[in-house]
Each structure stands twice: as structure tokens, then as C-alpha cells.
Design a protein around this ligand. Structure first.
Ligand SMILES: Nc1ncnc2c1ncn2[C@@H]1O[C@H](COP(=O)(O)OP(=O)(O)OP(=O)(O)O)[C@@H](O)[C@H]1O
Ligand code: SF4
Ligand SMILES: [Mg+2]
Length: 361
């Protein structure tokens, strides 16, 4: 396993729900993040995926210290950064930068691109002395595939994809080790999404970066992630290596998400099983007892309402070494191949559409 840069354990963020004007009384809490654990190795990409409101951005904000956790520990190179302050915290923050979702609203329209990308140097002047900054910013524009001569232009003079390149250049300005990218391509056209993801992949090699890459769609993180964590209502419900999650999912929620991803190959699309989830996501202020997915799960049984399933390798797979032996928070975890693995249909004889897709080791 590569050196752990980040280790997150028991991460919680609850927002109090209050009533009353003069005497505010807490009547409950929005459990936006409700006990999240993961680690990120050097040079790795961890994809975090889940529906709107499941707590992805709240996790991201805690990682870059824009929100303080209610509980839990975030360790950077073995040190708990949730308890740091002053100079030590500032040094850590320099190494963990964020790229935001919406390139239309995250860039100040009144600042030039040069000022936007160079802004982090105002907070960390030690990284680039004043006389060097213009050259540094031009180099960054070049690195993200933009003309360095655009340095005096304003955000509205760029397309959506170009603006996200500007956001990435700003994220790189302080030469961080970790970039937390919160839905960096969700606001972009599909054709531009791939270009920005490819850029991020090449920057990862060039700058030895580690990514936490957040998306609401499993198809977006597929080609950039080494490992994936699937989030539901404030918790990670299944996590594993890329091929384990895509080709051997064992949690019903992951299986449902996979059944909804676009499949370009028409033959694979035909073999894909569609799972339609019933009902809406419950409110994070009123999380169901036991398994939080049970109100929408087609496999739910009595035990699911009584016992919280832990995120661990399920007992049925514990003694196997196959790809299904990864962490899944389900009492009745079962492997289900929702989408045939890429390339697995190439050898299938014509006229045998009902043959089960072959397993990939
Ligand atoms: N400051 C806040 N006060 C109260 N509730 C909040 C606050 N910030 C977030 N929430 C709630 O916490 C939950 C998680 O929000 P979060 O923004 O982390 O979700 P998300 O997974 O990023 O969603 P999206 O895909 O829409 O960006 C939501 O129900 C949201 O309404
Ligand atoms: S524990 Fe029960 S409700 Fe939860 S995902 Fe598994 S089968 Fe469904
Ligand atoms: Mg979000």
C-alpha cells in the first residue's frame, strides 16, 4: 500500500436544528456526515460517489478545513489536523487544496485570471516572491493547456471547460500534495468532461498529486479512480478497488447506481440490468434505524431495521480472495454484476445474448 497521506476515521458533521427566536433550543440535527472512514495513499485517486445531499461536499470542506468536524479525526501524514492551529495548520492547508464544482460561480468575475490564479500567493508569499508571480501564473496557464497570454483576461471571456482549467491552475499554485476536487466536471458538457478528467490525470503524474475526486455519477470517476467509496446519507456504504466496485458490487445501493450509469457499448447496454429505486432519499435530519438504505432497498428484511450494518468485508466473502471480498455495509451482501465488464462481451458467440457475462479476475 502506498504511504498514507490522509487517514480519516469516524468523521462526523452534524448541523443543529433549532427553534425559537429569543431562546434558541436545539430540536434535532442534520446528520450531513455521520461516521466516514477512508484513507488516501500517495499518488492515489479516491473517488467518492453518491446522490445529491449525501454529504460529499461536507466531507470535502472538512478535508480542506472550511468546516470543522463535529467528531472524528483527519490525519495528514500521521498528524491529526483537526486539532492543529496557527502556523502548523497553515502549512498543512497549503498541501491540501480544493477545486470546486461550478467554474461559473467559483471564480470572481471582477478579478483577472492572473489575479485569481495568483491569489493563493498572497496568503503564502513564501511560495513565490512578488517578482516571480507573473511568470509562475503564466507557467500554470500553460500547464493546464491555456495560452499564457490570457493572463489579463476575465473569467467571462472563457468557456466552461477553460474556466475549470483556471480553477485547477489555482488549485496547483501552491504545489499541493493533495487536491480535493468536488464535482469538478459536473457542470460541464459531456464532451468537455473527458478533456478535464484527462488533464487532471496527466497533472497527477507530472506533479505527483493525490486526489479525492467527488462525483454523483459512478461513470465519471471510473477511469480516474484507483479506489471508490460509495456514499449514502452521510456514510460510505461500499468501498473497494475500481474493478471490485464496478464489476463485483455487493451493496444493493451501488448496484442500483451502476444500473443507472450510461453504457456506450450497445451490446453491454442490452446485458445491463436496470434497478429502479423506490421512494426518495430520507432527510439527513431523520435517518432510518438500522440500515439507513432500508427504506429504498428491495432486499430489506426485519434485521435491517434493527441492526446497523458495519462497513467491513461481509462474512460470506471473508475467506475468499476474489474481487467480492471488499468492504460493504450490508447484512445480505451478494455479488451482482450489473454491467458486463468492459471487453467481456468481445468473445461471446453471436446469438447468445442471455449467456451470463464472464467474470474478470
Ligand atoms: N450549513 C448547513 N446547515 C445545515 N445543513 C446543511 C449545511 N450544509 C449542508 N447541509 C445539509 O447536509 C446534507 C449534505 O450536504 P452536502 O452539500 O454535503 O451534500 P452533497 O453530497 O455535496 O450534495 P450535492 O451532490 O447536491 O452537492 C444536505 O442535506 C444539506 O442540506
Ligand atoms: S442491510 Fe438490508 S436494507 Fe441495508 S442494504 Fe443490506 S439488505 Fe438492504
Ligand atoms: Mg456537493
Amino acid at each position: 500500500m502506498p504511504e498514507a497521506l490522509l487517514e480519516v476515521s469516524g468523521l462526523v458533521k452534524h448541523y443543529p436544528l433549532t427553534r425559537g427566536i429569543l431562546f434558541r433550543k436545539q430540536i434535532g440535527a442534520v446528520r450531513a456526515v455521520d461516521g466516514v472512514d477512508f484513507h488516501l495513499g500517495r499518488g492515489e485517486t479516491l473517488g467518492i460517489v453518491g446522490e445529491s445531499g449525501c454529504g460529499k461536499s461536507t466531507v470535502a470542506k472538512m478535508l480542506v478545513n472550511l468546516e470543522r468536524p463535529t467528531a472524528g479525526v483527519i490525519k495528514y501524514k500521521g498528524e491529526d489536523i483537526t486539532r492543529m492551529s496557527g502556523r502548523a495548520l497553515k502549512a498543512v492547508r497549503r498541501n491540501i487544496q480544493m477545486v470546486f464544482q461550478d467554474p461559473y460561480t467559483s471564480l470572481n468575475p471582477r478579478m483577472t485570471v492572473g489575479d485569481i490564479i495568483g491569489e493563493p500567493y498572497e496568503i503564502h508569499p513564501e511560495v513565490a516572491p512578488k517578482g516571480d508571480r507573473r511568470k509562475r501564473v503564466q507557467d500554470l496557464l500553460d500547464v493546464v493547456g491555456l495560452n499564457p497570454e490570457y493572463i489579463n483576461r476575465y473569467p467571462h471571456q472563457f468557456s466552461g471547460g477553460q474556466r475549470q482549467r483556471i480553477g485547477i491552475a489555482r488549485g496547483l499554485a501552491l504545489r499541493p500534495e493533495i487536491i480535493v476536487a468536488d464535482e469538478p466536471v459536473s457542470a460541464l458538457d459531456v464532451s468537455v468532461q473527458a478533456q478535464v478528467i484527462n488533464l487532471m490525470a496527466s497533472l497527477q503524474d507530472e506533479f505527483d498529486l493525490s486526489y479525492v475526486f467527488i462525483a454523483h455519477d459512478l461513470s465519471i470517476v471510473r477511469h480516474i479512480s484507483d479506489r471508490v467509496g460509495v456514499m449514502y446519507l452521510g456514510r460510505i456504504v461500499e468501498t473497494g478497488r475500481d474493478a471490485e466496485i464496478y464489476d463485483h458490487p455487493t451493496h444493493p445501493y451501488t448496484q442500483a447506481l451502476l444500473s443507472a450509469v450510461p453504457v456506450p457499448d450497445p451490446e453491454a447496454r442490452e446485458h445491463r440490468e436496470r434497478i429502479i429505486l423506490a421512494g426518495d432519499v430520507p432527510s439527513p435530519a431523520n435517518i432510518p434505524s438500522g440500515c439507513r438504505f432500508r427504506t429504498r432497498c428491495w432486499k430489506a428484511q426485519e434485521r435491517c431495521a434493527l441492526e446497523v450494518p458495519l462497513l467491513a468485508v461481509p462474512a460470506v466473502f471473508r475467506h475468499t480472495e476474489g474481487p467480492a471480498a471488499h468492504a460493504s455495509a450490508c447484512h445480505f451482501a451478494e455479488e451482482k454484476q450489473v454491467v458486463p465488464p468492459e471487453g467481456s462481451l468481445d468473445d461471446s458467440p453471436p446469438g447468445a445474448p442471455d449467456d451470463p457475462p464472464s467474470e474478470r479476475a
